[in-house]
Design a protein around this ligand. Structure first.
Ligand code: ACO
Length: 375
């Protein structure tokens, strides 16, 4: 038998691609998209600029940005038959499952000759970034018996998403916070959903199918699904005193239960995105009033640093995102879909990179069964 490589559960530390999309140094909390620090992108660029840079490699100048925004805005609406698909789904359906179903359906409404056709690749990427927020907002309304609201071309990506939820112009700070949150979630190198996208893309499946598979991967509770569970978990802590919070954390750790919103395969320090989200939370509280659960979260972070900081377990992006979204009035089961409408840009950037130099993924395995048996 041929020599087998060392088995690494979860492929930890195994490079799956050569990439120039996202650089992370988890030892020091560095996160850069195409070499630009996440803090600068969050402060100086709108989501659409970041998407342009992720997809096409460069930040747009003013003219390019205006053209790109117009292209996205022109692709926001959904065909009425996609809306019909949504109307036939059970209203109890989780929005991530709905997003998977609708994205999969898009491939039938927008078939292309082949993913190697560069024009099909480009327009598919633009459609996916543009239409996913419309699907999420439409489902938010359809499941409660309301008609979807048509997108508006005069609003930015984040503001239009908020507008499509309730039909009201969002407060400028609310739109700004969602815009930054989308930028923070846009890309994160070879995480599970991005790896999924690259694997599916490597078979030359169409971009809608690639994104469908990535959405499925993101939905799991160890990945994007964690943000929804952080608030549910915090709501079980009744006594917010430091001693009680410490006891709660100790009990949970003793039972070997994961504390949602903590830990990361790559970061061994606090996730830099959690810091930016805390800054956004502070701005929101100054404008709209404080949220008691935020103080609880800060206390839990402090206790966890003392208990498991030495193991490199610190808050990840999901720990504070739910608190921010709750303050914005976004329902908890939309937190992961909001993550998806941001991360679709990263998945597509990786798909485009994968297709530039494609080889189908086909890893190996370590055989642990019996061989050469007779029936
Ligand atoms: N709470 C308690 N202990 C933890 C946590 C946590 N959140 N995360 C890791 N640990 C401990 C594990 O119990 C394990 O301890 P041990 O060595 O004593 O057995 C050790 O740290 C290593 O943990 P693994 O689960 O093996 O680490 P891995 O890199 O495989 O997993 C993951 C990373 C999945 C993010 C994990 O930290 C986790 O489950 N966190 C909670 C869920 C979560 O917040 N997910 C969101 C991640 S960010 C994102 O996807 C956007």
């Amino acid at each position: 038998m041929a020599d087998v490589a060392e088995f690494r559960p979860g492929l930890a530390g195994v490079p799956a691609a050569k990439s120039a999309v996202c650089l992370i140094d988890g030892q020091v909390g560095k996160l850069q998209y195409r070499g630009y620090p996440i803090q600068q992108l969050a402060e100086k660029c709108c989501f659409e600029e970041t998407v342009h840079m992720l997809l096409f490699g460069a930040l747009p100048n003013a003219e390019e940005l205006a053209a790109f925004k117009a292209e996205l805005a022109a692709e926001r609406s959904l065909k009425f038959r996609i809306i019909d698909v949504l109307k036939h789904l059970p209203e109890s359906g989780h929005p991530m499952d709905v997003l998977t179903a609708a994205t999969s359906a898009l491939s039938m409404f927008y078939p292309g000759d082949h993913v190697e056709d560069l024009a099909f690749r480009r327009i598919s990427a633009i459609r996916l970034v543009a239409k996913l927020p419309t699907v999420v907002a439409a489902w938010y309304r359809i499941r409660r018996g309301d008609e979807p609201i048509a997108p508006r071309a005069d609003l930015g990506h984040a503001a239009n998403f908020l507008y499509m939820l309730e039909g009201e112009d969002p407060h400028p700070l609310t739109a700004e916070v969602v815009d930054v949150a989308l930028t923070l979630h846009a890309e994160h190198s070879m995480n599970a959903s991005t790896f999924t996208a690259r694997v599916t893309g490597s078979t030359l499946a169409d971009p809608y199918t690639v994104v469908t598979s990535a959405i499925g991967s993101l939905s799991g509770r160890l990945h994007g699904g964690a943000n929804e569970r952080v608030l549910a978990m915090l709501s079980t802590i009744e006594d917010h005193s430091p001693q009680a919070v410490r006891r709660w954390a100790e009990d949970r750790l003793a039972r070997k239960e994961k504390i949602m919103g903590f830990g990361h395969r790559v970061y061994k320090v606090k996730d830099p995105r959690a810091d930016v989200l805390q800054g956004l939370a502070t701005k929101l509280f100054a404008e709209f009033g404080a949220t008691p659960v935020y103080d609880l979260a800060v206390e839990l972070e402090k206790q966890m640093a003392e208990l498991v900081g030495h193991k490199g377990i610190y808050p990840n992006v999901d720990f504070y995102s739910g608190i921010v979204y709750q303050k914005l009035g976004i329902p908890s089961d939309l937190y992961t879909p909001v993550f998806a409408i941001a991360r679709v840009s990263g998945w597509l950037a990786h798909l485009l990179e994968q297709l530039e130099n494609n080889r189908i993924f086909r890893p190996t395995q370590i055989w642990v069964g019996e061989a050469d048996r007779e029936v």
